[in-house]
Design a protein around this ligand. Structure first.
Ligand code: PLP
Length: 404
């Protein structure tokens, strides 16, 4: 563990005079030196625009950018790197799928099914596209335990359903959904399955072919990579049949005054100059995760989550929402009696502990539990059991401060 921590320069600092305990990786992860160095190396040695140049720098930049695409494809076991579209983040990936596929395939009478546990990034794009096409948006409800209501799902998935879009792991409840089963159920009624992998791809082994997902969206910055780079995986036949989402340079084959023709996939969806250095640094992030092994990542987070569950559950007045530690990813969202979560987070910050407070871009979940906000502690490869102790002690102090 000390060797992992030594790779993350940012962790070696004090906040308000206390060692930093970073428990906000669900929002964004920290970056190892290897990723930072890949970014700096690119800008110091190889910076050029991709695909268009014949000079040495342009060739190096293009080779690095395309190698990153191949690395990402392998990481999620895609059949081909042509199935990986570079985007800025999960949000852009879902917007791309919703607009390009949705506008070409949805109309009045069709239904898009999402769930009550989605991040706003997997709600709002579908609201927009159903409003634009006249399709209807429906939601799978959640149970009080914070899991999908599978009986309700049975009734909601019908031959009218054209898209079933759901998160593989909730960023608030931590719930890990049975992705392969949900995809199979979508396919059984003829719908496509769009999977929000923002929280699952960084934390769990992912095999898109085994899952049979039609689209999978994820962000580099939540898995040790830089901000500004993410990916949309799409089955090749779907990507080829879809019209483009944005127009401009790179995504065209030929442009005439009155019309244009499109480049091959995935370039058809990559209009304009992409985030080249960030893609190359994303490649370095995947190397880092590959060296650890995603099975190890999952086991490490389970150990911390079990321990954190035990420690936090023992605090009087603290309520964790979502399923038990065995059925969730490495995060705990909670309330502390009636203290506002922002106040809890502010007290924790005074102890050097960084957690997030708010609705975490998932208001429907908070409405379901009847709370406006929660505080959320989340764990990644660099967190330790000792840091959970610091969190628990700081929460006890918060409790004493607000005297209940
Ligand atoms: N989906 C889930 C489940 C998330 O947790 C997040 C970010 O927290 C997103 C989507 C959006 O990710 P991004 O902000 O990188 O687009």
């Amino acid at each position: 563990m000390s060797t992992i921590r030594a790779d993350f320069p940012i962790l070696d600092q004090q906040v308000h005079g206390k060692p930093l305990v970073y428990l906000d990786s669900t929002a964004t992860s920290q970056k190892p030196r290897q990723v930072i160095e890949a970014l700096v190396r690119y800008y110091e040695q190889d910076n050029a625009n991709v695909h268009r140049g014949v000079h040495a720098l342009a060739e190096r930049a293009t080779a690095g950018y395309e190698k990153a695409r191949l690395k990402i494809a392998r990481f999620i076991n895609a059949a081909s790197s042509k199935e990986i579209v570079f985007v800025r983040n999960t949000t852009e990936a879902i917007n791309l799928a919703a607009n390009a596929w949705g506008r070409a395939n949805l109309g009045p009478g069709d239904e898009v099914l999402i769930t009550q546990m989605e991040h706003h990034s997997n709600i709002v794009p579908w609201q927009l596209v159903t409003q634009a096409t006249g399709a209807t948006l429906r939601y799978v409800p959640i149970t009080p335990a914070g899991e999908l209501d599978m009986d309700a799902l049975d009734a909601l998935l019908t031959e009218r359903t054209k898209v079933f879009a759901f998160t593989a792991m909730s960023n608030v409840l931590g719930t890990i959904n049975p992705v392969a089963e949900l995809v199979a159920r979508a396919h059984a009624v003829g719908a496509i399955a769009v999977v929000d992998g923002a929280q699952s791809v960084p934390h769990l082994p992912t095999d898109v072919q085994a899952l049979d997902a039609d689209f999978l969206a994820f962000s580099g910055h939540k898995m040790l990579g830089p901000t500004g780079i993410g990916a949309l995986y799409g089955k090749r036949a779907l990507l080829e049949a879809m019209p483009p989402f944005m127009g401009g340079g790179e995504m065209i084959r030929e442009v005439f005054m009155d019309h244009s023709t499109w480049n091959d996939v995935p370039f058809k969806f990559e209009a304009g100059t992409p985030a080249i250095g960030e893609a190359i640094a994303f490649d370095a992030a995947i190397d880092y995760l590959d060296a650890l092994g995603m099975e190890w990542v999952r086991e490490h987070e389970m150990e911390i989550t079990r321990y954190a569950w035990e420690r936090l559950s023992a605090i009087e007045g603290l309520r964790i929402i979502g399923p038990g530690p065995e059925r969730r990813g490495g995060l705990l969202s909670f309330t502390l009696a009636d203290v506002h979560p922002h106040d809890v987070a502010a007290v924790l910050d005074m102890h050097g502990v960084a957690v997030r407070a708010g609705h975490h871009c998932a208001q429907p979940i908070h409405d379901f539990y009847g709370v406006p906000a929660t505080a959320r502690a989340s764990f990644y490869i660099y967190n330790t059991l000792e840091e959970v102790d610091v969190l628990a002690e700081a929460l006890e102090r918060a409790k004493a401060l607000f005297s209940f």
